[in-house]
Design a protein around this ligand. Structure first.
Ligand code: SF4
Length: 313
């Protein structure tokens, strides 16, 4: 279940997700991560899956999706961790291009100071980089990086990448109440984005259950102010403040589809019910997965979510 979806999103339309990193290998352990805390806080790329396994899984998902008459806008690397930690990412992007769909990579950009990582990302058509804060103390609080990472070096790497990259570069910043939602933090972020000049800047809030319970979104007045500050640097600043997941589509075996999507993307109960009803499948399937402990039911801000149990892969 490497390839999953198609997943609907405002950024990429309908994309087939590629989960090529086992949980949970990342260079960050963000307080808001919807995949939970990082067990393997690494910064050296490793071999996880073979290129062949990934290509076959994506090919099968493309065929299933096409057979259902569903659109595919992107093939996107959006794993249970940081995509550039996969030592074969460059070969995978090259191989997947043969399917004729644009390739997207959602990265935390922690390795972007390395020329070879920038060359790999340059192969993708669309790259999103994470910038939650440009201030050391706040960066440590939110992203909880591997101790060998250095924020100044990462920010310089981002600027180098922005100069070299020929595809569509966007940024994503997660806003957390009481941590990075103050005026000064966002003015500093806006100053950096002014230099970076991404095509778009996305502002997000923790909608799905975060790794740490104490994580909440800022109030709506604060969010409006932040949007004003950021859009003074990046005219195309887009807020991702609502759930955008009502159109999940099952393409193959329903149990596999539920588990592969919820592995990287916890789903609200309402969206899951819609997905099952479109496929003519009874809710008992979900109850069975919960009773088998393969799916976890979680309540976040009074909304019920379902996510795959990472201890039951
Ligand atoms: S949110 Fe992304 S970068 Fe942060 S810990 Fe989770 S997988 Fe890693």
């Amino acid at each position: 279940m490497i390839a999953f979806g198609p997943v609907p999103s405002r950024r990429l339309g309908f994309s087939i997700g590629i989960n090529h990193i086992p949980p949970k290998h990342c260079s960050y352990s963000c307080v808001y991560c919807q995949v939970g805390r990082t067990d393997h806080l690494i910064i050296k790329p490793k071999e996880f899956l073979s290129v062949k396994e990934i290509v076959l899984s994506v090919e099968q998902k493309i065929i299933e999706t096409q057979n259902k008459g569903q659109p595919i806008d992107y093939l996107s690397f959006v794993p249970d961790g940081e995509p550039t930690l996969d030592a074969h990412l460059g070969e995978e992007i090259e191989a997947l291009k043969s399917f004729g769909y644009p390739i997207a990579v959602i990265s935390n950009a922690t390795l972007i100071d390395q020329a070879e990582i920038r060359q790999i990302l340059n192969k993708a058509n669309w790259v999103s980089i994470k910038i939650d804060s440009v201030q050391e103390e706040i960066w440590r609080k939110i992203n909880r990086p591997n101790r060998r990472l250095n924020l100044e070096i990462i920010l310089k790497g981002m600027l180098d990448f922005a100069r070299e990259y020929s595809g569509e570069l966007v940024t994503e910043s997660m806003l957390i109440e009481g941590i990075n939602d103050d005026e000064v933090s966002n003015i500093r972020l806006a100053e950096f984005l002014w230099k970076l000049k991404p095509q778009k800047s996305y502002l997000a809030i923790p909608i799905r259950p975060p790794a740490e319970n104490r994580v909440f979104p800022p109030d709506s007045l604060t969010l409006q102010k932040i949007k004003q500050i950021i859009s003074s640097s990046v005219p195309s600043t887009i807020c991702l403040f609502d759930a955008e997941e009502d159109q999940f589509i099952a393409t193959g075996e329903i149990t596999k589809d539920i588990l592969s999507i919820t592995s990287v993307h916890p789903i609200r109960e309402a969206a899951l019910r819609k997905m099952l009803s479109k496929s003519g499948v009874d809710w008992n399937v979900v109850e069975k997965l919960v009773s088998e402990k393969r799916l976890i039911k979680q309540v976040h801000q009074n909304i019920v979510f379902y996510r795959r149990n990472p201890d039951h892969i």
